[in-house]
Design a protein around this ligand. Structure first.
Ligand code: SF4
Length: 276
């Protein structure tokens, strides 16, 4: 495990760069200065973070533009009715794959309702002895009742207790609770050691290559399996390797078959079983 930890650490340092960050939706949140504005941007960006990266980033920025330079103040300072009118008009033609402009309006109004003056941390916090996943499931079930049942909003509300990997919720939680680069670290009470890796196709593939998981399907059980392996490398901060694992794939640096010389700069070369 020490050897794998060293390899993962080398991989983490390789992608600890602004160039890697430029293709990640967290850049949308990092463009704001105020912590609550970052949270609003992250809340929306994470829910829309699927599909091709470049058009996805454009779609998120266009969706946030009508809220101005201070999205949290925009949402806090107006009634739901006024927000519906203003954003409904501005986002009438907006689309991103499964999501339409009306979904964005409802998602932002959900932030306003959950905000309680201190952001969303309380809404995600486990109560008493319950697990972080039970707390997430409780919130998802609440939002499924409160929000319209459109295809886009249903797609935004997977439940971890139903077996979903919940990639976009996991990513949002990592951004908000984790303090190391490149995450926002805005939530101080959320249990960081309970964070679960947001599994996308890149993470799933590379995790199989280096045997962080043996599962074929990128579901909730795979996410738990990979996270358990990463916890053995760093029990307090298991997700510090997530950004590098995903960007090895996102940036096209992993050919999917272990071969020389293309793979030789990869710090996971010795552990990798790709193509075997
Ligand atoms: S050694 Fe090659 S195939 Fe294996 S993870 Fe690294 S880049 Fe991908």
């Amino acid at each position: 495990m020490t050897r794998l930890r060293d390899q993962l650490e080398a991989l983490r340092l390789r992608y600890d760069t602004d160039a890697a960050l430029g293709l990640d939706p967290i850049t949308v949140a990092l463009a704001y200065d105020d912590p609550r504005d970052r949270e609003v941007a992250a809340w929306l960006a994470a829910s829309l973070a699927y599909g091709r990266v470049a058009p996805m980033l454009t779609a998120i920025r266009v969706a946030l533009a009508p809220l101005g330079a201070n999205p949290a103040a925009f949402l806090r300072g107006q009634s739901e009715k006024a927000i519906r009118v203003a954003l409904g008009k501005a986002l009438k033609e907006w689309r991103w794959r499964f999501h339409i402009g009306a979904d964005v309006v409802e998602w932002l109004l959900a932030w306003k309702r959950l905000d309680a003056g201190e952001g969303l941390e309380s809404a995600f916090l486990p109560k008493g002895e319950e697990s972080a996943d039970v707390a997430l499931s409780r919130l998802v079930q609440r939002l499924r009742v409160e929000l319209p049942g459109t295809y886009g909003l249903r797609f935004s509300l997977p439940d971890p207790l139903e077996g979903s990997a919940c990639k976009r919720f996991r990513m949002f939680l990592r951004w908000m609770a984790r303090e190391g680069w490149p995450d926002l670290g805005l939530w101080k009470r959320y249990p960081k050691a309970a964070l679960v890796i947001p599994v996308d196709t890149h993470v799933a593939r590379i995790a199989r290559f280096v045997r962080l998981s043996t599962r074929a399907t990128p579901d909730g059980r795979m996410a738990e399996e990979i996270t358990a392996a990463l916890r053995r490398c760093d029990p307090e901060d298991p997700l510090k390797y997530d950004f590098a694992l995903s960007h090895l794939g996102i940036l096209g640096d992993c050919p999917g078959v272990k071969r020389r010389p293309g793979c030789l700069p990869c710090p996971l070369y010795a552990a990798c079983r790709a193509g075997r």
